[in-house]
Ligand binder design. Structure first.
Ligand SMILES: [Zn+2]
Length: 318
């Protein structure tokens, strides 16, 4: 048993399996936010699972959300070792009786096997994986704010990247969605020159078609963000946890998802489409996070004023 991925709120664990081929097919996802008891931990995990199924799967469409199975696992020594540092209040050496179980989510593994794939390019919003034959390519994308509300007055992604000094990001993810904009989507903006040299031409063509198409995963997210944004209170007007409505919660989740766009030369559908997409990281956020959202918005507004109108890398002179 080992941790193979860690975010701010979750870890992904790979379980050993007698059948080596199946090792990486499913992973187990556990929350690592602080909880005071096993009961509150399990209760959160159940609520989170129910929320994703009830609110997010119908909204995004089943084709974009991988199966998430709620599982209850006995807290064996291996799990104690792995989860103990994150669940100090209730997992200690002697506190958990062997009969107690902890809840997690069993998820399909979308990350390519570490053994067969190389990372061609990596930054905060994009990772490009390719296998040795070049027949399978996976983009791991953090699209963030694809829709920028008019009231914001700047490109949230570009200003945030500038604020965080992510100088290696030379593209604007919001520009990958051609909607209400005057420019063409240019997927070549996404890749470094050296990356392009390693990508087969047929992949570039397929990806280009995919992004020009009206129904791609980023467009789906863009329209959902736009609809919700028009209907929900803006972050600056929130005063308490109660002001964080379900709509705003969903909007903030959709601004923080991870998307896997997988191209497989061998696995095309009947229309010759070789691309499939999946959205992950759909977990509930604590309502108290509104303070953090507000503070970030305040800092980014300040940053945008300092940028002298270069509030999107597309309009930047640099
Ligand atoms: Zn931008």
């Amino acid at each position: 048993m080992e941790i193979i991925g860690k975010g701010n709120a979750n870890i992904l664990i790979r379980f050993p399996n007698e059948n080596d081929d199946k090792n990486d097919e499913y992973l187990y996802r556990f929350c690592i936010r602080p909880f005071q008891s096993l009961e509150s931990y399990n209760s959160y995990t159940m609520t989170n699972h129910e929320f994703i199924k009830r609110e997010l799967v119908p909204l995004l469409g089943e084709e974009y959300v991988c199966s998430l199975e709620l599982v209850s696992l006995p807290i064996c020594d291996d799990l104690k070792r792995i989860l103990g540092p994150y669940c100090k209040s209730f997992i200690t050496k002697n506190m958990i009786p062997a009969s107690d179980s902890i809840m997690g989510l069993k998820v399909l593994n979308l990350k390519p096997s570490r053994l067969s794939m190389d990372i061609l390019q990596e930054d905060h919003q994009l990772k490009v994986y390719v296998d040795a034959t070049g027949d399978k390519i996976v983009l791991e994308v953090k699209p963030k704010w694809l829709y920028n509300p008019d009231t914001l007055g700047f490109c949230r992604n570009c200003v945030h990247n500038s604020f965080k000094k992510r100088e290696n990001i030379k593209y604007c993810m919001a520009s990958m969605v051609k909607a209400r904009t005057h420019h063409q989507v240019n997927i070549m903006d996404l890749f470094h020159e050296n990356t392009v040299k390693c990508l087969p031409e047929i992949f570039i063509d397929d990806l280009n078609n995919y992004f020009q198409n009206d129904d791609n995963v980023l467009k789906r997210l863009y329209y959902l963000q736009r609809n919700l944004s028009d209907k929900t209170v803006s972050i600056e007007k929130i005063n308490s946890d109660d002001d964080v409505t379900t709509g705003l919660m969903i909007l903030m989740i959709l601004r923080d998802v991870t998307v896997f766009i997988s191209w497989d030369k061998q696995d095309g559908d009947t229309d010759g489409n070789h691309i499939s997409s999946h959205i992950i990281d759909l977990d509930l956020k604590p309502r108290s996070k509104w303070k953090h959202w507000q503070e970030t918005e305040r800092l980014l507004s300040k940053q945008s004023n300092n940028n002298n109108n270069n509030n999107c890398i597309l309009h930047s002179n640099v």
